[in-house]
Design a protein around this ligand. Structure first.
Ligand SMILES: [Mn+2]
Length: 471
């Protein structure tokens, strides 16, 4: 009996020493710049040890699988936010994540004097667990001297827990969290404008309400803005599965573009951009467009360049509008490949679009095309004939902004920033290719590039029968 007690004591003390060793090891390996007073406290290191020892659901970004018995309930809950709410609710609000950065990113040293940032997060009926996990990941993985505040803009949510419960909860967080309420449903664009106006940081970082920031996400973004204040920067957007909440690293080999219908799309980073960076994948990628959900911008530059087009409704097109504007008006847009932030990508939107999804997006795209695309807007109108019928409001303010900023033409953008665009810089003619005898037209039959075209009865609606003569 005594021997058993003896064993227990020996085991307990050795376990304690192992923990102390792990702690010291982590403390000294994490803290490469130990002269740095700001991060000297033992707390972050301790927290790192604790989070690494967690073995709960979803830790280290692992998938959460719901047992078969709960599948009915799971499917019901899925509909609320169009992601697996049951899985999300099982995961700790401060779950651990893998370090998915390129090796070359882990040892980069950034200047001490970086600008600080406000983080602006707009939400509309967001789930508690995803919203708070976003906030925790920002607070726990950003050096606090770089984080001015977190601003949550509530775009007229209807759920009760997002009211007083949320307000009381965020009071206890380590970083000031401000909640702003829109009086009525206003959409992403106007809500972000409100958040930006209330923010105090030198940089504004916009995030979606279902994100998770990874270790070292912030410094490379701010460092790039410090180097050039007219650079607008995006992290690599990693994928958080909407089914399992598994964390999957995004690629540094894709960048943002768009197709004829002005849909944002990811495309492989072309060779010219690889060559410009001399093959160093840790250097920022110049990207023609951004996805729009996640980016940082110098706050004064945000003002100078004309914030957002407040005439746009709810959501859609604002990311391309901003992308064209930045490039055409003398700034640049980059993906900082050393910064990783996860985002829950969904297959369907859970949001309502007052006025109808199609109408809202057509209106926004029409404003985008009218203000920034010059004669190239015809490509868009020909392929989406419905767009020309929508009332897009008054764009004179945006047109004079373009004039005042002495922005370059869209042809310059296509030539210099997006030469691999589907929209040709030079063309002779646009239209259908019709056999007048049979009234049949060449039709891409919905197939992809470099596949065979087909022949189909002419429908005169453009779309798949739209051709361009380029030489
Ligand atoms: Mn989103």
């Amino acid at each position: 009996m005594r021997r058993f007690v003896y064993c227990k004591v020996v085991l307990a003390t050795s376990l304690m020493w192992v923990l102390v060793d792990v702690f010291l090891l982590l403390y000294f390996s994490e803290c490469n710049k130990c002269d740095d007073k700001k991060e000297r406290s033992l707390l972050p290191a301790l927290r790192a040890v604790i989070s690494r020892n967690q073995e709960g659901p979803g830790e280290m970004g692992k998938a959460v699988l719901i047992p078969k018995d709960d599948h009915e309930k799971m499917k019901e809950l899925f509909k609320i936010n169009q992601f697996n709410l049951m899985a999300s609710d099982l995961i700790a609000l401060n779950r651990s994540l893998p370090d998915v950065r390129l090796e070359g990113c882990k040892t980069k040293v950034y200047p001490d004097e970086l600008p600080n940032t406000s983080v602006v997060i707009v939400f509309h009926n967001e789930a508690w667990s995803t919203l708070l996990r976003t906030v925790y990941s920002v607070i726990n993985r950003s050096p606090h001297y770089l984080l001015s505040e977190v601003i949550l803009v509530d775009d007229a949510s209807e759920r009760d827990f997002l009211k007083l419960t949320l307000e009381n909860y965020v009071k206890n967080l380590e970083v000031p969290v401000k909640i702003i309420r829109m009086e009525e449903r206003s959409g992403l664009i106007r809500a972000r404008l409100r958040g930006a106006a209330a923010s105090k940081g030198q940089v504004i970082t916009f995030l979606d309400a279902h994100c998770e920031c990874t270790l070292g996400w912030l410094e490379p973004l701010l460092a790039r803005i410090k180097e050039d204040r007219k650079t607008v920067v995006c992290p690599i957007i990693d994928v958080i599965s909407d089914d399992t909440f598994e964390y999957m690293a995004g690629s540094d080999m894709t960048y943002g573009g768009f197709n004829w219908k002005l849909n944002f799309r990811w495309y492989p980073v072309p060779q010219r951009e690889m060559d410009r960076r001399k093959g160093d994948r840790t250097l920022p990628v110049r990207t023609p467009t951004m996805a729009g959900g996640l980016f940082s911008i110098d706050r004064n530059y945000f003002e100078e360049i004309g914030t957002y087009d407040a005439g746009m409704d709810i959501w859609g097109g604002e990311n391309l509008e901003m992308s064209f504007r930045i490039w055409q008006c003398g700034g640049s847009l980059e993906i900082v490949t050393c910064s990783h932030v996860g985002h829950v990508f969904r297959k369907a939107t859970p949001y309502t679009f007052p006025g109808g999804t199609g109408h809202v997006i057509n209106k926004n795209n029409r404003r985008l095309a009218e203000v920034w695309m010059d004669e190239f807007k015809d490509f868009f109108y020909i392929i989406s004939p419905g767009v020309v019928k929508v009332d897009y409001g008054d764009v004179s303010v945006r047109k004079s902004l373009r004039e005042n900023l002495k922005c370059k033409p869209f042809s310059w953008y296509l030539e210099n920033i997006y030469p691999d665009s589907q929209i040709p810089r030079r063309y002779y003619s646009l239209g259908e290719i019709r056999n007048v005898e049979t009234n049949q037209c060449l039709d891409n039959m919905g197939r992809k590039e470099n596949e065979k075209v087909g022949i189909f009865n002419c429908h005169g609606m453009g779309g798949n029968q739209q051709g361009k003569m380029t030489s």
